[in-house]
Each structure stands twice: as C-alpha cells, then as structure tokens.
Design a protein around this ligand. Structure first.
Ligand SMILES: Nc1ncnc2c1ncn2[C@@H]1O[C@H](COP(=O)(O)OP(=O)(O)O)[C@@H](O)[C@H]1O
Ligand SMILES: [Mg+2]
Length: 257
C-alpha cells in the first residue's frame, strides 16, 4: 500500500522539479535577452571608451619599446618584447575595427558583391590560423550577388570563421556552404568545435562578452550581427556543447551589377 502511494508521489516530485527548472531556465534566458537589449542601446555611449581601450595596448607597447632600447636587454628578451608588441598592436587594431563598424556601419558605401569571391578572400586570410589548429576547410558554394559594403562583409565573415577556428584548438572541420532559394541566399558556416551552452548562446553579440580572457575582445560577434542587419539580412546561430556551432546568414539576392 505504502509503495503504491509512494511511487506516484516521487513521479510528481520529479515532474515538479523538472517544471520548476524549465520555468527558472526560461526566465534566465528572457533576462539575458533584456540585458542584451539594454547593452546594445548603451553601446553608442560605450564608443567613447574606445580611446581608453586602445590606450592600454599602446601603453604596453611603449613600455616594451623602451625596454628594447635599453642597453642591458638581451637579444632573446628583445625578440620576445617585439613579439608581444605586435600582439598588442593587433589587439588594438581588432578593437578599433570592430568598434568603428558598430559606430558607423556605412550603408552609403553599399555595392553589389559576389558572395563566392568574399568567402574565398576571407578564407585565404584565415588559412594560416586554420593550419595552426589543424582545421580542415570544406566548401560547397554556388555564387550569387548580394548587396553590402565589401570591407564590412569581409570583416563579418572573418569574425565568424575566426571564432569557429578558435573553437577547434586541436583539429576539426570548418564547412562553408551556400543555399539559394528564389530571392534569398543562406550562407552556412559550421564548426565541430567546443560549442556553446544555451546561456552562452543567448549572450552572443553582447558587447565585451568573451570566454577567451585577455585573448578576446568580445566585440567580434557584436560587429557581425550589426553588419548583417545593415545588409537587411538575418544571422541565426545554433550550437551544441562539445559538438559544434552553425551560423546561418540569410541575405537578399540581387542582380549582378
Ligand atoms: N564558433 C564558436 N564556437 C564556440 N563559441 C563561440 C563561437 N563563436 C563565438 N563563440 C563564443 O562567443 C564569444 C564572443 O565571441 P566574439 O564576439 O567574437 O569575441 P571573442 O572572440 O573576442 O571572444 C567567444 O568568446 C566564445 O565564447
Ligand atoms: Mg571572436
């Protein structure tokens, strides 16, 4: 008798716990979305802090240059300081580029661009990084024309593909595919890397959100979302932890110019 009563009770408790967890989880996601919207609004004000962001690497580089100049510095140390200086300059450059795209995406410089050419150009830039991580690149692309700013679109593709490669530090596969349907093309970029949890995914595109510590700026995806929006497109992302991530870029197709 006790067992007969006890069993439904444990089921009910389990169901209740699952239900409460779902509600809590949903609330967390909604909360994250609200925070994201608020932060997006704030970003124009944040642009003012760009000088501060860039000043840090500049100060570091200045210090290194002074040490390089000093007589007592060994050749090995000099080389190390030079390498670190280049890294810091690259960092400052990445911060600036992503900020500028966000602060003033340039719809006035819209042009008709071939999607295949843009994909290949950006892949060329990223090939050394892909080799370093032993990442194989697979493409299945049918060309078509889209409208946008060439530099911005390249930056968007680089930001996304670089993230994919960085998510596969010990080998993996990066695949790039296009699917054309009537007046729309979807560019699908997929990796089989670390992936993201639901919470991480909901924060994607939030200014300064990074899991890479000092190596990251947390501005790459923010710029990517903004660029696709300026091109009247849509960027959606799906991800499974330890399985990988897919980026879907939907864009209107235009006639060749
Ligand atoms: N393809 C991906 N796989 C796994 N995580 C990703 C991927 N793309 C982006 N992310 C996550 O989103 C964060 C923000 O990306 P981003 O805005 O480019 O900044 P950063 O790369 O400088 O950290 C990353 O730190 C990472 O945690
Ligand atoms: Mg990035």
């Amino acid at each position: 008798m006790f067992v007969l009563m006890y069993l439904p009770l444990t089921w009910m408790t389990t169901a209740l716990v699952i239900y409460l967890y779902e509600v809590f989880h949903e609330n967390l996601l909604i909360n994250n979305r609200v925070i994201k919207a608020e932060k997006m609004e704030m970003v124009s004000h944040l642009a003012a802090s760009v000088s501060h962001e860039v000043r840090n690497p500049l100060t570091v580089v200045r210090g290194f240059l002074q040490m390089i100049e000093e007589e007592g510095t060994s050749e090995a140390k000099r080389r190390e300081f030079m390498k670190l200086s280049v890294q810091e300059i690259d960092r400052a450059n990445a911060i600036l580029e992503n900020y500028l795209t966000f602060a003033r995406p340039s719809p006035e410089h819209m042009q008709v661009i071939h999607i295949e050419e843009q994909i290949h150009k950006t892949l060329q830039i990223l090939t050394p990084l892909a080799h370093m991580n032993t990442v194989e690149i697979h493409t299945n692309i049918t060309d078509c024309c889209i409208e946008g700013n060439e530099d911005n679109f390249q930056q968007c593709l680089i930001n996304i593909k670089k993230n994919c490669i960085e998510a596969m530090p010990n080998s993996g596969k990066l695949s790039i595919e296009t699917r054309k349907e009537d007046s729309e093309v979807t560019l699908i970029i997929t990796d089989n890397g670390n992936g993201m949890t639901k919470e991480q995914l909901s924060r994607l595109g939030e200014p300064y959100y990074t899991t890479k510590g000092r190596e990251g700026t947390g501005l790459g995806m923010m710029a990517a979302f903004k660029i696709i929006e300026t091109m009247h497109g849509k960027l959606t992302v799906t991800s499974v932890p330890q399985e990988g991530t897919s980026f879907y870029i939907q864009l209107p197709v235009v006639e060749a110019g």
